[in-house]
Unconditional design. Structure first.
Length: 128
């Protein structure tokens, strides 16, 4: 993305970036979207069901509606999900088939390292 394109896209963004973010900063921010357990559960539910409303996601993930809506807004803004409106309801679905591949790859890699990941304090922010 060109710098001018990035500036116009981030003008109304629900986050802030440095004036000239390094590519690694953007990739890290992208992966942080997957680093939240609630957002990952929502993606899992959407991958399994295909399409769900906010209310259906609230029931399935057991999180309050305002939190689900905020997480969905993040996932939508960052291109993980897209929406379809039907009357008063909004339905969410995975925006790109590669999201399923990322989640599956993460699970496959975790299978070889689950014990170490579970014990890592640095990922939770405690070991910096």
């Amino acid at each position: 993305m060109l710098n001018s394109d990035m500036r116009s896209a981030t003008a109304t963004a629900p986050f802030r970036l440095p004036a000239s973010p390094a590519p690694s900063d953007l990739v890290a921010k992208y992966f942080r979207a997957l680093g939240d357990a609630n957002r990952l559960r929502m993606l899992d539910e959407l991958l399994g069901a295909g399409e769900l409303s906010v209310g259906e996601l609230v029931e399935r993930v057991g999180v309050a509606q305002p939190k689900v809506s905020n997480h969905l807004a993040c996932l939508r803004w960052c291109g993980f999900v897209e929406t379809r409106r039907q009357h008063r309801s909004v339905y969410y679905r995975i925006a790109d088939d590669r999201i399923a591949e990322i989640v599956a790859l993460g699970r496959a890699l975790l299978a070889d390292n689950a014990e170490h990941v579970a014990a890592c304090c640095a990922i939770d922010g405690g070991g910096r």
